[in-house]
Design a protein around this ligand. Structure first.
Ligand code: R5P
Length: 284
């Protein structure tokens, strides 16, 4: 058995490989003149665990080509681990005749892999499209441990959608939790209300969310918390995409920490132990 990383998860795959004592497959990738991707495994393989994100779009092509290369190199069992599962947010038809991306892509992954592990998928609906092959790996405990280490007074989530997870995080961190009231106006704009019974004055706030995409949610929430007297706003998030950078947080956010489901300058919490544990259980 070997671990086959996609290019967007090489650091995480390497950590999982070390933890499990399963070697990494060597892969060659390059682009043809027109930009199309070429993938080649450098050694034969039998059973394979692919670790990689289905975000951005190009990663989905890389995944499909990698799975084909595995077949052509002798692959038998094929397991997929998706640290950040892209296209999960469109998990239903909100308007007539829309594509439901979470469903459409799940049907492709189900046809290729015997099991699909996903770290904190956006919604239960998204996971349901993977059927019995899908299993979620939850990383709230790792976030909670970091919040405790850093010293925070209260866990706050931007909206009710993440309040259950925020509850788990706050239990691990040993501090109370509360939630703001977010309303999404557009893809890039949100309005956030501050609940009357919440007091953050002089407190170190751990602002938690599953995803930072445009960062609009975190920015609005941080501004509000600072305007209500928060001494510090430390942001903890599972998947940090940061599609419009982080400079806009200056003056509002004191610290940003994410997990390494999306690898980047802030991804200091590793989910490699959780993934290794889950794979160990599955393979025994
Ligand atoms: C929403 O349901 C999620 O929990 C996040 O709050 C949201 O996806 C963040 O998006 P953005 O960074 O674009 O505000």
């Amino acid at each position: 058995m070997k671990i086959v990383p996609l290019s967007n998860s090489e650091g995480l795959a390497s950590k999982v490989s070390t933890k499990l004592g399963i070697p990494l497959e060597r892969i060659t990738r390059r682009r043809f003149a027109d930009g199309e991707l070429y993938v080649k495994l450098e050694e034969p393989i039998d059973d394979a665990i692919i670790i990689g994100n289905t975000y951005p779009d190009s990663s989905i092509i890389e995944l499909i080509l990698t799975e084909d290369a595995i077949n052509n190199a002798g692959g038998k069992r094929k397991i997929l681990v998706v640290p950040y599962y892209g296209y999960a947010r469109q998990d239903a038809m909100f308007q007539q005749y829309e594509a439901v991306s979470a469903k459409a892509l799940a049907s492709i992954y189900k046809s290729l892999f015997e099991k699909i592990f996903v770290v904190n998928i956006h919604s239960p609906e998204g996971l349901s499209y993977l059927g019995e092959k899908g299993k979620e790996i939850r990383s709230e405990v790792e976030i909670g441990k970091q919040i405790r280490i850093d010293g925070n007074d209260i866990v706050v989530s931007p909206d009710d959608g993440f309040s259950q997870e925020a509850g788990i995080i706050s239990q691990v961190a040993g501090i109370p939790s509360s939630s703001l009231n977010k309303k999404r106006v557009s893809d890039t704009k949100v309005l956030i209300e501050f609940p009357e019974d919440l007091d953050v004055n002089g407190k170190r706030v751990a602002l938690v969310d599953d995803l930072i995409s445009t960062g609009g949610t975190i920015l609005e929430a941080s501004k509000l918390l600072k305007s209500k007297g928060a001494a510090k706003v430390n942001v903890y998030c599972i998947h940090g995409l940061f599609i419009s950078g982080t400079s806009k947080y200056s003056g509002y956010v004191d610290k940003i920490v994410t997990t390494d489901t999306v690898e980047g300058p802030f991804s200091s919490i590793t989910v490699s132990g959780l993934i290794a544990q889950e794979l160990k259980e599955y393979l025994k």
